[in-house]
Design a protein around this ligand. Structure first.
Ligand SMILES: *Cc1c(COP(=O)(O)O)cnc(C)c1O
Length: 226
């Protein structure tokens, strides 16, 4: 019956536990419910259970759903964004987790400037070096972010990563630490970012232990995607 509400309660409980273990304040960790492929009724169910931040990875799908759901929902874009689709995301999403190149950042800058908006973004880092993964190369992260940080209509709020898939949550820890190491290097260069978006259904507890401020959880809330 109220399975989604129950799942959200469980995830939040596990977040609290992991935060305590790491001496962190659980209030500093935001749960992003990744609702890609999930229909509006289920999203509404999660919303009515108190969840108000949702993540989507396809623009058209997201726009269709956003139109039918309460305006007080906060939407985050978590999927790869093509430069020519930028105009569709501005104004719809509170935060873009997936800025994965200087070129894309420049496309966002151009569009945002033309409509006099400032856009909050995270920079996606490819911490594993896998060729199939989007993201700024780990070794180039600081250089690229310094350039992105100069763009006036973007606010770089933090970093995002997706570790290689593994059934063993502990395998992700190394990649979460790599993401955190980029943050430390940036802070040393006076670029003060706050957010670390890391951790999905199978490894969000490890991510919380390693300093995640945003966790992106789909399956553990809505069930497996078919
Ligand atoms: C699908 C997706 C998630 C959620 O994955 P689950 O394993 O279902 O929790 C998180 N982040 C991104 C970028 C995704 O595309």
């Amino acid at each position: 019956m109220h399975e989604i509400a129950e799942n959200i309660r469980k995830v939040k409980g596990a977040v609290c536990k992991a935060a305590k273990k790491a001496n962190r304040n659980p209030d500093k960790i935001k749960l992003v419910a990744v609702s890609k492929t999930v229909d509006s009724n289920k999203i509404r169910e999660a919303f009515e259970a108190g969840q108000n931040v949702f993540g989507e990875n396809r623009i058209q799908e997201a726009i269709n759903k956003i139109a039918t759901l309460p305006a007080s929902i906060q939407w985050h874009m978590v999927g790869h964004l093509q430069s020519n689709k930028v105009k569709h995301v501005l104004g719809q999403f509170e935060l873009i987790h997936s800025v994965d190149s200087l070129l894309l950042a420049e496309a966002i800058q151009k569009k945002a400037e033309s409509i006099e908006k400032v856009v909050d973004v995270l920079i996606q880092i490819n911490t594993s070096g896998e060729k199939t993964k989007f993201g700024v190369h780990f070794d180039e992260a600081v250089t690229v972010i310094k350039s992105i940080n100069k763009l006036k209509n973007l606010r770089v709020k933090g970093l995002m990563t997706i570790p290689p898939y593994s059934v063993e949550p502990e395998d992700s820890r190394y990649f979460f630490r790599k993401l955190k190491s980029v943050k430390i290097k940036l802070v040393a260069e006076n670029i003060n970012i706050q957010e670390l978006s890391m951790g999905m259904s199978n490894d969000y507890e490890v991510a919380v232990e390693e300093g995640a401020t945003l966790i992106r959880v789909g399956t553990a809330i809505f069930g497996s995607r078919t």
